[in-house]
Design a protein around this ligand. Structure first.
Ligand code: NDP
Length: 389
C-alpha cells in the first residue's frame, strides 16, 4: 500500500486526485487530506478514504471540522502549523494542490521527508524554484510535474538528453477572452473571466488563463523545472487544448503530447509513474476533431507573457514578487476594485517599484526570504491598487 497525502484536497485538482485514488482504495493508505473552507467535502472524503488526519488551513474552523468528522476516528486539525505538521507525516506520494504561495512550505517539508511530490502548485516553482529543486536533490526525493503542459514535456523527454533540447513550446487555449476585441476587455467581469472554453478548473486559475498570467507562471515554471534558458521557451495559442506541449530537439524533431483536456491524465501519470495505467479519460478521435489550430500569441493583448520574460531575466526573488502581486491583483479584480486589464498594470508597477527600492530581490532564495518578499509585494500591490481606485 502506498502512503499518500493530498494538500488542497477540496479543490479542483484535489478532487480529481481523489477520484483516481477512490477507484482503487486497496492500493492506498491515505495519510492526510487538507482543505480550507470546504469543511463538508474535506470531512466526507477523509471519512470515505479512511485518512489518518483531516486538516483545514483555517484555525477558526476546527470545531466545524470535528463536528463533520463525528465518530469516524479521523483526527481533525486546523491552522498553518497543523498543515505543516501534516506535511511532515511520513508518506510515499504527496499531491501539492493548494492554490497560491501558501502551497510552497508544505511541499518543501514533504520533499525534506523524502516523499515524491506531485506538483500542481506552480507557484512553488515560480516563487522558489531553485530552493524546491535543491531540496529535492538534497533528500533524493522526486518532483513530478502535474501541470498538464509540464507533464507533457516530462513525458516527451523520457529517454532523452536535456542537452539535445532546442526549444520547448507550451500551448495556451487563450482563455475566456481569446476572441474578444481589445476595447471590450477593459470592462470584462470576473464572472465572464471565470468561464474557460475547454478546461474545468478552480476560479483563480481560470481567470489567470483569461489574462494569460497562468501561462506566464507556466513559462517560469518550465525554466525552473527543466533548467533550460528562457529564450528556449515559446508559447503558442492553440484553441482546442489537445496538444499540451511540444519539445523540439537538435535534429529538428518535434515531439508533441496530445490528450483530452482532463487533469486526470497528468495526475494519473504522476500517481503511477514510472508505469502507465488505465485512466478514466476520454480517448481522442482525431478524425472527428479534423483540425488543430496554432497561432502566435499577441503580446500586446497578453502583457503577462512579457512580464514573465522580464522576471526570468531579473531572476532571484522577482518570481516571488510577480506571483504575490499577481495574487493581490487577482483578488482586486475578483472584488471589483480594479478592471481586467489593470491586473497587469499592478504587477508591472509592483515589479518596477520593488526593484528600484532594492527590496532584497537579489537576496538568497530561502523560505524566510520568499515569505518576506511575498509580504512586501502584497503590500506594494495593495498600495498601487489604492492609488488606482
Ligand atoms: P482550487 O481553488 O480549486 O483549490 C484550491 C485548494 O487549496 C482547495 O483545497 C482550497 O481549500 C485550498 N486552499 C485555498 N487557500 C488555501 C490556503 N491559504 N492554505 C491552504 N489551503 C488553501 O484550485 P485548483 O485545484 O484549480 O488549483 C490548485 C493548484 O493547482 C494551483 O496552484 C493551480 O495553479 C494548479 N493547477 C490547477 C489546474 C486545474 O486544472 N485546476 C491545472 C494545473 C495546475 P477550500 O476550497 O476548502 O477553501
Amino acid at each position: 500500500m502506498r502512503r499518500v497525502s493530498i494538500f488542497g484536497a477540496t479543490g479542483s485538482i484535489g478532487q480529481s486526485t481523489i477520484d483516481l485514488i477512490a477507484r482503487a482504495p486497496q492500493d492506498y493508505d491515505v495519510v492526510a487530506l487538507t482543505g480550507g473552507q470546504n469543511i463538508a467535502q474535506l470531512a466526507a472524503d477523509a471519512v470515505r478514504l479512511g485518512a489518518q488526519v483531516a486538516v483545514t488551513a483555517d484555525e477558526n474552523r476546527l470545531d466545524d471540522l470535528r463536528a463533520a468528522l463525528g465518530q469516524s476516528g479521523v483526527k481533525a486539525a486546523a491552522g498553518r502549523a497543523a498543515l505543516l505538521e501534516a506535511a511532515a507525516m511520513p508518506a510515499d506520494w504527496v499531491m501539492s494542490a493548494i492554490v497560491g504561495a501558501a502551497g510552497l512550505a508544505p511541499g518543501l517539508i514533504a520533499l525534506q521527508g523524502g516523499a515524491t511530490l506531485a506538483l500542481a502548485n506552480k507557484e512553488s516553482l515560480v516563487t522558489a524554484g531553485p530552493l524546491l529543486m535543491a531540496t529535492a536533490r538534497a533528500s533524493g526525493a522526486r518532483i513530478l510535474p502535474v501541470d498538464s503542459e509540464h507533464s507533457a514535456i516530462f513525458q516527451a523527454l523520457v529517454g532523452e538528453e536535456i542537452s539535445a533540447v532546442e526549444r520547448i513550446i507550451i500551448t495556451a487555449s487563450g482563455g475566456a477572452f481569446r476572441d474578444w476585441p481589445m476595447e471590450k476587455l477593459a470592462h470584462a467581469t470576473p464572472a465572464e473571466a471565470a468561464t474557460h472554453p475547454n478546461w474545468d478548473m478552480g476560479q483563480r486559475i481560470t481567470i489567470d488563463s483569461a489574462s494569460m498570467f497562468n501561462k506566464a507562471l507556466e513559462v517560469i515554471e518550465t525554466k525552473e523545472y527543466f533548467d533550460i534558458r528562457a529564450e528556449q521557451i515559446e508559447v503558442l495559442v492553440h484553441p482546442q487544448s489537445m496538444v499540451h506541449a511540444l519539445v523540439g530537439f537538435n535534429d529538428g524533431a518535434l515531439m508533441a503530447h496530445l490528450g483530452a483536456p482532463d487533469m486526470r491524465h497528468a495526475i494519473g501519470y504522476a500517481l503511477h509513474y514510472p508505469q502507465r495505467r488505465d485512466l478514466p479519460v476520454e480517448r481522442l478521435d482525431l478524425a472527428a476533431l479534423g483540425t488543430l489550430e496554432f497561432r502566435a500569441p499577441d503580446e500586446a493583448r497578453y502583457p503577462a507573457l512579457r512580464l514573465a520574460r522580464e522576471v526570468m531575466a531579473a531572476g532571484g526573488l522577482s518570481g516571488a514578487v510577480f506571483n504575490a502581486a499577481k495574487e493581490r491583483a487577482l483578488d482586486g479584480f475578483i472584488a471589483g476594485r480594479i478592471g481586467f486589464l489593470q491586473m497587469a498594470d499592478v504587477v508591472e508597477a509592483a515589479l518596477a517599484q520593488m526593484s528600484s527600492d532594492g527590496c532584497h530581490i537579489d537576496a538568497e532564495i530561502t523560505l524566510d526570504n520568499v515569505h518576506k518578499t511575498d509580504q512586501i509585494a502584497r503590500e506594494t500591490a495593495d498600495k498601487i491598487m489604492a492609488r488606482m481606485g
